[in-house]
Design a binder for this molecule. Structure first.
Ligand code: CDP
Length: 220
């Protein structure tokens, strides 16, 4: 495979996008870009700088100066916000909610899409998110739309939290996923939806290896 493709993976929260994209990137020697992390970092930035989301001028100024960098690391990419490593902080519950709230704002999305297009312009990238196949790279070489039932997704997040030593009630995780999917798919700008030419992948009954292999086979 000599051509450097752009591969888009979209889908709801915890549907298996990032785990699959990460492993696939390794296999293909591609760059993995987690666009959700960029919305998370933007959300964190508004919190750190006390930006009122309704104050357009202040938000615009924040976005003008914002620096978001994704750096490759063997054990998982690191995310830098204005030079600071925020990789762990952006996974916390308050930022998860804030990322979905800030993702409805046009100005924020325009900035993120601009950065994402720059990152992917030379190909050889796997980008995961909500609007990659529909808005960021509508001409992507490959588009996948990952889904899984809510119980499976909640269990995945529950296990991830447990590995970090946190016990969160499954019901709470389920409710958060349902709230976020609704918020993401009903927003006016670039809502979460399957691109017409995307290949659907239901990961409910699949292992990680199967997910990765399924996509890999399609690309090959
Ligand atoms: O990893 P998880 O599926 O929980 O979420 P994420 O991919 O880190 O994305 C966090 C939030 O960012 C989502 O709930 C969306 O609101 C927003 N997002 C977006 O609007 N567009 C993207 N391309 C990626 C994320």
């Amino acid at each position: 495979m000599n051509k450097k493709f752009v591969i888009a993976i979209d889908g709801p929260a915890a549907s298996g996008k990032s785990t699959t994209a990460k492993q696939l990137a390794k296999k293909l020697k591609y760059i993995y870009i987690d666009t959700g992390a960029m919305y998370r970092a933007s959300g964190l930035c508004t919190m750190l700088q006390n930006v009122n989301l309704n104050d357009e001028a202040v938000l615009k100024n924040m976005l003008k100066k914002i620096s978001i960098k994704i750096e490759y690391a063997e054990e998982g990419n690191r995310i830098y916000l204005n030079g600071e490593d925020v990789s762990e902080r952006i996974r916390e519950a308050d930022i998860t909610k804030l990322s979905s709230q800030i993702a409805v704002i046009g100005m924020v999305r325009r900035k993120m899409v601009e950065l994402q297009r720059k990152m992917g312009k030379n190909g050889g990238v796997i980008m995961d998110g909500r609007d990659i196949g529909t808005v960021v790279f509508p001409n992507a070489d490959f588009k996948f739309f990952m889904i899984a039932d809510v119980r499976t997704r909640a269990l995945r997040r529950w296990k991830e939290a447990k590995e970090k030593g946190e016990i969160i009630p499954l019901k709470e995780i389920e409710e958060e996923l349902i709230w976020r999917d609704k918020n993401d798919s009903t927003r006016e700008i670039s809502p979460l939806k399957q691109a017409k030419d995307a290949i659907p992948v239901d990961t409910s009954g699949m292992t990680i290896e199967e997910q990765v292999q399924f996509i890999y086979n399609k690309i090959e």
